[in-house]
Design a protein around this ligand. Sequence first.
Ligand code: PRP
Length: 211
Amino acid sequence: MDKVITIAMPKGRIFEEAVELLRKADYRLPPEFDESRKLIIDAEEEGLRFILAKPMDVPTYVEHGVADIGIAGKDVLLEEERDVYELLDLKISACHLAVAGLPDTKLNDVAPKIATKYPNVAAAYFREQGEQVEIIKLNGSIELAPLIGLADRIVDIVSTGRTLKENGLVEYETITEVTSRLIVNPVSYRFIDSRINEMVSRLTRVVSDVK
Ligand code: PRP
């Protein structure tokens, strides 16, 4: 019997699209994917085990080899810079990372405050712009920060733009486009490359159909 391949899946907004993509690629996933709160789900007939992780943690599981494969947003990969191979752009959960804030405000402080879940991405971006900023790390509801005077700008994901709009914020700059990627542990890739490559080719076929 082949080794079971472990896949780290991101819980939350990417999850459903990722499950749909795997099913389109003819992976038979058990009904627990649709209703359960289990954190480990086996798809025995496929020889796959799924672990359901916080999106920001997926590259960590893959780097440490407790998951062979993972599905992670490009935002998370840029932020975490883990030692993993990025094999395929799955083109799901498209959004972008942006700088946003209250309208008609200029950044003329000595060190404007930037609130974000992505401190490394934000620091690198403002360094490239030659701007000295103070980064304030938050874990969610980032849009609150400029509304209550914690920060002058935020760096965050914009998907539909609704959260910015409904909170009276505007986008100033796009940092980068984001989609989800299939990542793999380098050692797993060396030792179980044929099954991983089969997964990549099955997913590649359906990715081009999904927009
Ligand atoms: C993300 C992101 C924005 C929002 C953008 O938050 O941080 O707040 O979605 O989506 P929109 O452009 O479609 O409105 P998420 O819902 O993941 O929760 P969080 O506040 O915990 O980060």
